[in-house]
Design a binder for this molecule. Structure first.
Ligand code: PGA
Length: 251
């Protein structure tokens, strides 16, 4: 089954509102003619509304970098799913390794967030990935399997087909050390197999992105692999020129 590629920029904690708007303004002209790739930018919460406004009518989707599962109430500092929709998001990154590492995110909270996002019509981009120690200890597949089975459990088949999974080996994030296309493909194929055991055919529709030092000069080789359906990109998504090159990996 042909899956439409998705190129997603994870801006992390970068860019003020004017900086964010300026980049989307520039990017939107550069990629206006791209139809065969879905494009997503995930800025900080504070820039979401302004970017959604700037991206209106373009082929750029706007997403958040996190979400909370409750609908409203006494949860100081958190953002509810319908508030993200309200601000103009259509996607949301969930369970990024930096959230798991620094903010106590677990497979259980990931699962609650995934369900809350789906219930509100947001497409979750759910991150999984092993640390360097886990790779060296030879438990990569075990870690990925439990992140998928626990983080993505109890979805309807319809929802299961809609979500996006991002495989991001922690040792490759921001380090300049990309997984080789073969290393990535091996884990992507495994993730799809596990997902198939959970949700049958939905595993053929679910898009699995690779993340971890994706750059204009390695994107083409990664995207040639059968089970790699796009990229979740940090550093190289922060400049319009390099993100344009990633979106146009096929040219
Ligand atoms: P990187 O980040 O492209 O800067 O390695 C990827 C990510 O963490 O999503």
């Amino acid at each position: 089954m042909a899956r439409k590629p998705l190129m997603a920029g994870n801006w992390k904690m970068n860019k003020t509102i004017p900086e964010a708007v300026a980049m989307v303004k520039e990017l939107k002209g550069k990629i206006a003619d791209v139809k065969d790739v879905d494009v997503l930018i995930c800025p900080t919460f504070t820039a979401i509304a302004a970017l959604a406004n700037e991206a209106k009518g373009s082929n750029i989707n706007i997403g958040a970098q996190d979400i909370f599962w409750e609908a409203k109430g006494a949860f100081t500092g958190e953002i509810a799913p319908n508030m993200l929709v309200d601000a103009g998001c259509t996607y949301v990154i969930i369970g990024h390794s930096e959230r798991r590492q620094y903010f106590g995110e677990t497979n259980e909270t990931v699962n609650k967030k995934v369900k809350a996002a789906l219930a509100n019509g947001l497409i979750p981009v759910v991150c999984v990935g092993e640390t360097l120690k886990e790779r060296e200890d030879d438990v990569t597949f075990k870690v990925i399997e439990s992140q998928i089975r626990e983080g993505l459990k109890d979805l309807s088949k319809e929802d299961a087909a809609k979500i996006v999974i991002a495989y991001e080996p922690v040792w490759a994030i921001g380090t300049g050390k990309t997984a080789t296309p073969d290393q990535a493909q091996e884990v992507h194929a495994f993730a799809r197999k596990v997902y198939g055991e959970m949700y049958g055919d939905a595993c053929q529709q679910v898009r699995i992105l690779y993340g971890g030092s994706v750059k204009p000069d390695n994107v083409k080789e990664l995207m040639k692999k059968e089970d790699i359906d796009g990229g979740l990109v940090g550093g190289a998504s922060l400049k319009a020129d390099s993100f344009e090159a990633l979106v146009k990996f096929n040219n």
